[in-house]
Design a protein around this ligand. Structure first.
Ligand SMILES: Cc1cc2nc3c(=O)[nH]c(=O)nc-3n(C[C@H](O)[C@H](O)[C@H](O)COP(=O)(O)O)c2cc1C
Length: 364
């Protein structure tokens, strides 16, 4: 069935990969005369939904975070109204790399199957889902890719996304995301771990170094409003989703992923957590081999770890007012070294500079 009169794409993007992919899809739809609305779901605010009477095809595009869809997109999809249309499609951007001449794919984990399932529960039929391996933006793990590599990854991926769009618009079913399903399901426990605990820990690894001039760009741009000024320096709240927009786009290169601080937090929370669990087990006199207690104690453990990490981060934020501490934190961050490139290729590209959020021949 292809009697759609419009295409709505809802996307979230830290560094532009999901954004440019949405634009490519919209361009293919516009060539066919479809009205298109491409909307960023930053802060889940001002979102345009299809009007009653329209017959839209709806798509969702988003990066993979911790072998799952970015949490803000999962929240958006969970709260998405039902019955706005019949068919939907999904596109997840992943960490593409290149080793010599070999393009290396990322891993989706639950990033496609979980949103497809949630939308199916809401009565939508998923007519296609596909991962696309655009350049990795996970800068705390590795320096940004070189420009030449980025360009060759883009040259490879653009036709892939446009082809995907055309197949969907032709009414064909595309389930390329199923190819890696066994591996994706195998790593689903890691996805769950990232969602329940890991992402909160990562939120507490960002710092602003002394290059920060309080321009406020990171605060303004943060898609989850997770950065605020504390003592005249940006402070990352637990709601941060580590999308990398701030770190990659800071014009002063003032944002670091603090590897030294993160290691310190890790060592401390592991010690505190173990002691606390032993203390609770001892004082409540509960048999640790009861299944529900094992689950509960793990959840308590994760909760305690997150709170302790947040507390240490808060203390360190104030302590960094002292130059020696700030020096140590900064110079134990790999991201401070000049060779640790940022990923902002798309930011530099002219078409990405276009600030219009809704590209369309029809603006609602
Ligand atoms: C916190 C974080 C977690 C990530 N997890 C994954 C992952 O599990 N699998 C993967 O293939 N890529 C992962 N990536 C890489 C991004 O999904 C990938 O670079 C994506 O293309 C970025 O899209 P964007 O520019 O639209 O944000 C991760 C990146 C970040 C910052």
């Amino acid at each position: 069935m292809t009697n759609w009169d419009s295409l709505y794409i809802y996307y979230i993007s830290g560094t532009g990969n999901a954004r440019i992919s949405s634009k490519w899809i919209a361009e293919e739809a516009e060539k066919r005369g479809l009205k298109t609305v491409v909307q960023q779901i930053d802060r889940l605010e001002n979102i345009v939904m299809p009007a009653p009477g329209q017959k839209p095809l709806i798509g969702f595009a988003y990066p993979t975070h911790g072998f799952n869809a970015a949490p803000i997109m999962l929240r958006f999809i969970a709260g998405f109204p039902s019955k706005l249309c019949k068919e939907i499609f999904l596109l997840n951007t992943r960490a593409g790399m290149k080793l010599y001449k070999l393009f290396m794919p990322g891993l989706s984990g639950l990033a496609l199957v979980l949103p497809a399932f949630i939308l199916w529960l809401k009565g939508y039929k998923c007519i296609g889902f596909r991962p696309v391996d655009l350049p990795s933006n996970w800068i705390p793990l590795h320096p940004g890719l070189r420009k030449k590599v980025i360009e060759s990854i883009f040259a490879r991926c653009e036709p892939i996304v446009r082809n995907f769009a055309n197949k969907i618009l032709d009414g064909k079913r595309v389930f390329r995301g199923l190819y890696s399903l066994p591996v994706d399901l195998l790593i689903s426990p890691i996805a769950a771990g990232y969602y329940i605990g890991g992402r909160f820990f990562l939120a507490k690894t960002f710092i602003a170094n002394s290059n920060c001039n309080n321009c406020g760009i990171c605060i303004k741009e943060c898609p989850t409003s997770s950065i605020k000024l504390v003592r005249n320096r940006p402070y990352w709240k637990l709601t941060c989703e580590s999308c990398m927009r701030c770190l990659n786009h800071c014009p002063e290169r003032a944002i670091e992923a603090a590897h030294g601080l993160a290691t310190g937090i890790m060592i401390l929370i592991t010690a505190v957590n173990t002691r606390l669990i032993i203390f609770i087990i001892d004082s409540l006199n509960i048999q640790p081999d009861v299944w529900w207690w094992k689950v509960l104690s793990q959840l308590i453990g994760i909760g305690v770890m997150i709170l302790v990490a947040a507390l240490i981060y808060l203390i360190m934020h104030f302590a960094m007012g002292f130059k020696p501490i700030s020096f140590i934190v900064r110079f134990t961050s790999f991201t401070t070294f000049p060779f640790w490139r940022r990923y902002k290729y798309l930011k530099e590209k002219k078409d990405f500079e276009n600030k219009t959020e809704t590209t369309s021949n029809h603006k609602t």
